[in-house]
Ligand binder design. Structure first.
Ligand SMILES: [Zn+2]
Length: 510
C-alpha cells in the first residue's frame, strides 16, 4: 500500500465552471478513485483561488464585499463538482484562515532564509493574468494569453530570489527525469530554466484583497504566490509537521499547460527556498479545443461559442454524468491537446457505451433470462476469454498507474469488444439450454464484472449498476483491484437483472 496526494489547480472564482475545469477535475478524480481502488491512502484536493484585483473589482461592481462575492462564486464550483460525482477529500478556499496562516509561515520561512528582498519593480502588467511580462515574453506589447494591451506599472515590491535556484532546479530536473510528465512538457519547463531565471516580485501595494505580508504592513502577497501555497495549506504546513511529512513526498499536481512556468519553475524553487523538497510529480495536460463543429441545441441556446462557455451541467443533462466523464477521459490522452465536439461525444456515447458496453450487458442479461431462468452461471477457468482478460487487466493497471486514463479505458474496451465478438461467434441465443450456453454466459458475466472494476474510476455510478445487475452485492470499489481484477471470481448462481438500457442510443439528426 502506498500513498497518493493529488491536486487540481485551484480555480479562479471569477470564472464560471466550464468544460475546461471539468476536464482537469474529472481526470484528477478518476486518478484518485484509481488509487483508492489500489488500496493507497489517498488525498484528493481541489478548491478555489479567491484573491486578486479582478475579484475585488467584480465584487465592487456587484455591490458586495470581496468575501461575499467569493462565498457566492466559490459555491458554483462545488455545485459543478457535486454534479459530476467528484470525490474530493478537501476543498480549499484561499480566503480561509488556515490558508492565511500557512502562506504567512511559508513565505516567512523563505524570508528568514534570505531569499526575499525589497526593490522597485517596473514592468508590463496584464490585469487578467495578474502577472508581469517582459517585452520579449509579451506578444508585441500584448498579453500572449489574453491578447489585451499590457500596461506599464511601477511599484515597490518584495522580490523572491528565483535566480538563486537556477542550478538547483537544473540538477533536480536531471536527477528526477519523471518530475514533469509528459516529456514534451518537461522539456518545455527545463528550457524555461535554461533560458535563465530572473527574480520575481511577489507582493503588491496597489491591491488590498490578498494575504497580508507579515513583515511589512500595506503589502499583500501577489495572488499567484498565495495560490500555489494552497497545496501546503491542505496538508497542514505551519500547523502540523507530521501531515506534511506524510503527504508531501507523494504529491502529484495535475495542471494545464498554460501554468507550467508557475508549477514547474516557481513552485519547486519556492519549496527549496522554504527548506522543503519540490513536489514529487507534476502531470501536465493539454487543452481541449473546440473547432467549428455544430453545437447542440442546448449549447447554442445558451450562447456557447467556445469551450469556456459550456457549463458542465449542460453536458451532463444531455448525456448523463458518467458518459461525460467517460468522454473526457477516453477521448484525449493526458498531455496532448484534444478536440471537444458535440459530434465527438455523441459518437463515443453510441459506439463505446451504447453499442459495446451497454449492448453486452443487455444481451447477456436477456439470454440469461431466456436460457438460464435468470440465474447467472459461473465462468470457466480455461475460457478462451481468460488470457485476453489477463492481458487487458495488466494493460489497464499499467495505464491507470502511469496517469493514462485513456489507455486504461482503451484496454478495458478491447476486452469488451472481444467479448461481444465471442458472443456473436457462439450465439448463445441460438443454443439449447444446458452446460454449453451456461459456459458462454458465465464467461461474459465475468467480463462484465472485470470491466466494472477496471472502469469504476471513470464511471462509478454505471459500474456500480452493472455490479448490481449481475447480482453482486456491494460495489466494484469494495475490494482492492489486485484482488478483484482476477479472472474467475464471478461466483455464479446469482440473479441477473436486465433492466432498462444502460445507455439508450442517441439518434443523430441528419
Ligand atoms: Zn493575460
Amino acid at each position: 500500500m502506498g500513498r497518493f496526494y493529488i491536486t487540481t489547480p485551484i480555480y479562479y472564482v471569477n470564472d464560471a465552471p466550464h468544460v475546461g475545469h471539468a476536464y482537469t477535475t474529472v481526470n484528477a478524480d478518476a486518478l484518485a478513485r484509481w488509487h483508492r481502488l489500489r488500496g493507497d491512502e489517498t488525498r484528493f484536493l481541489t478548491g478555489t483561488d479567491e484573491h486578486g484585483q479582478k475579484v475585488a473589482d467584480a465584487a465592487a461592481k456587484n455591490g458586495v464585499s470581496p468575501q461575499e462575492w467569493t462565498d457566492r462564486t466559490s459555491a458554483r464550483f462545488r455545485e459543478a463538482w457535486d454534479a459530476l460525482g467528484i470525490s474530493y477529500d478537501d476543498f480549499i478556499r484561499t480566503t480561509e484562515p488556515r490558508h492565511y496562516e500557512t502562506v504567512q509561515k511559508f513565505l516567512g520561512a523563505i524570508y528568514d532564509n534570505g531569499y526575499i528582498y525589497k526593490d522597485v519593480y517596473r514592468g508590463l502588467y496584464c490585469v487578467s493574468c495578474e502577472d508581469y511580462y517582459t517585452l520579449e515574453s509579451s506578444d508585441q506589447g500584448r498579453c500572449p494569453i489574453h491578447g489585451r494591451a499590457l500596461t506599464e506599472m511601477e511599484e515597490e515590491n518584495w522580490f523572491f530570489r528565483l535566480s538563486a535556484f537556477e542550478d538547483r532546479l537544473r540538477e533536480h530536473y536531471e536527477s528526477h527525469p519523471d518530475f514533469v510528465t509528459p516529456e514534451t512538457k518537461r522539456n518545455e519547463a527545463a528550457s524555461f530554466i535554461r533560458g535563465g531565471l530572473r527574480d520575481i516580485s511577489i507582493t503588491r501595494t496597489s491591491i488590498a484583497w490578498g494575504v497580508p505580508v507579515p513583515w511589512d504592513e500595506g503589502h499583500v502577497f501577489y495572488v499567484w504566490y498565495d495560490a500555489l501555497i494552497n497545496y501546503m495549506t491542505a496538508i497542514g504546513y505551519g500547523r502540523d509537521g507530521d501531515e506534511v511529512a506524510t503527504w508531501w513526498p507523494f504529491s502529484h499536481h495535475l495542471i494545464g499547460k498554460e501554468i507550467i512556468r508557475f508549477h514547474c519553475v516557481w513552485w519547486p524553487a519556492m519549496c527549496m527556498a522554504a527548506g522543503l523538497e519540490p513536489p514529487h510529480h507534476v502531470q501536465v495536460h493539454g487543452w481541449l479545443l473546440m473547432g467549428g463543429q455544430k453545437l447542440s441545441k442546448t449549447m447554442a441556446a445558451e450562447g456557447a461559442v467556445k469551450l469556456t462557455d459550456i457549463a458542465p451541467v449542460t453536458l451532463t443533462s444531455e448525456f448523463g454524468v458518467d458518459p461525460v466523464r467517460y468522454y473526457l477521459l477516453r477521448e484525449t490522452s493526458l498531455g496532448n491537446d484534444g478536440e471537444f465536439s458535440h459530434e465527438g461525444i455523441t459518437h463515443r456515447y453510441n459506439t463505446d457505451l451504447a453499442n459495446n458496453l451497454g449492448n453486452l450487458m443487455s444481451r447477456v442479461a436477456t439470454v440469461v433470462a431466456t436460457k438460464c431462468a435468470g440465474v447467472g452461471p459461473a465462468p470457466r477457468a480455461d475460457s478462451e476469454l481468460a488470457p485476453l482478460a489477463r492481458a487487458a487487466i495488466a494493460d489497464a493497471v499499467e495505464a491507470w498507474d502511469s496517469f493514462s486514463p485513456q489507455g486504461a479505458l482503451e484496454s478495458t474496451w478491447r476486452l469488451l469488444s472481444a467479448t461481444n465478438a465471442y458472443l456473436e461467434e457462439h450465439a448463445p441465443w441460438k443454443m439449447a439450454p444446458g452446460v454449453d450456453v451456461e459456459a458462454v454466459l458465465g464467461d461474459a458475466l465475468e467480463v462484465l464484472r472485470l470491466a466494472a472494476v477496471l472502469a469504476t474510476p471513470a464511471m462509478p455510478a454505471v459500474c456500480a449498476e452493472i455490479w448490481r445487475r449481475i447480482g453482486l452485492t456491494g460495489s466494484p470499489e469494495d475490494a482492492t483491484v489486485d484482488v478483484a481484477a482476477t479472472w474467475g471470481l464471478y461466483p455464479g448462481g446469482l440473479v441477473v437483472e436486465k433492466g432498462e438500457p444502460l445507455f439508450p442510443r442517441i439518434r443523430i439528426d441528419a
